[in-house]
Write a protein that binds this ligand. Sequence first.
Ligand SMILES: [Zn+2]
Length: 429
Amino acid sequence: MFLNTFLGIKLRRFAAQIIIIFAFIFITIYIVKTKTSIQTNNRTNTEILFEQENFNKILLKKRKQQSAPNLKVKVKYGDTLESILKNHDFLVSDIVEAIKEIKKVFNPKNIITGKTILIKYQLINKKKKLVSIKIPLQFNKIVFLENAEDKFIGKIISKQTINRIIKKNGIITDSLYLSALKSGVDIKTITKVIGIFSFSVDFQRDIWPKDTFEILYEEELLKYDKSKKESGNVLYASLVLKSGVSLKLYKFTTKSGDTKYFDERGKSAQKLLMKTPIDGARISSSFGKRKHPILGYNVAHRGIDFAAPKGTPIYAAGNGTIEIKKKNGAYGKYILIRHANRFKTAYAHLSKYAKTSGKVTQGQVIGYVGSTGRSTGSHLHYEIIKNGKRINPKTLKLPSGKKLKGDELEIFMEEKNKIERRLDNLDVY
Ligand SMILES: [Zn+2]
């Protein structure tokens, strides 16, 4: 009994101690837990409140900006950002500030004629306060100036792009220009291709229906809007003419850094003189519809004619020096250029001259097609003169351009093979 009681007391004490310890632990855990949870809750609440407030502010500002009236201004020749803003009665202080800030990322003199600038503003006391300006640069780049908290901030925004290579081919039904356009090639690329061929092709007389073409070129498009794209380099262009001429030209950058076009044996496409010294894309009259007779070269007509609309640019056929630039009887407005190797070229019936004198480089615009002098319609009369005698450009063998040799030729051949593999493996888009 004594023992029992003794044990009983000891056990009860022990149990009580354990209960107290457990209770202590539970209470501590409870307190700590509640405290932390209160703290976390408090912090979260403030953060949410703060963010909500900020978000509302941003939203409000965005809405304000979005609802701000906007102006779309197409840049005309001679316009500057300053003149545009002044013409639209913006606050002078805003104009000064905006131009100062925009200058940090972009020269506002370089706005591109023909592009559209978007200007947002707010009307305060009948005065226009600038909100933002968007100036398009390239197809994937804009200059963006924004009035944030009464301070202008300018930046350049670029959109992500991807590159691809396009192959197009087709049969010529009217002109290379129109047929390539029909097959989906953009105008910029066609103009480049015509330029590449104008050393060796007479675009008025050498191209006929059922001739064929093939073009390989680069294209850059916006990653998230594939309808916006821009063409890049022409890698390859071929023309197979019924006359038996087959031209295959490959793009290649030489050791000296010149990017030019070479044929399959590595001979430069560029010649001393151009066969078509005019923007070939503008020779648009299709075969059946040529309005006036295009005279070939013969005893009575010692030159060749290119029918093209008035104002079509005329190029210097080769590097040289302008010898004559004046009205010349039946020739009308006339230019004579002296080249190397005792060659001269003459251009007649011009509507007007370009501002050139003295030395000119191949492809430089020297004047514009017209119908001055004895002429029945708008056309260029072109003569090639060798040792003082007018000669038939058709039968003329021109000194050919540079031929690649040694290492350079080897590298070219590798590039050419790469292009050919691409031609074989690419589907036509
Ligand atoms: Zn003529």
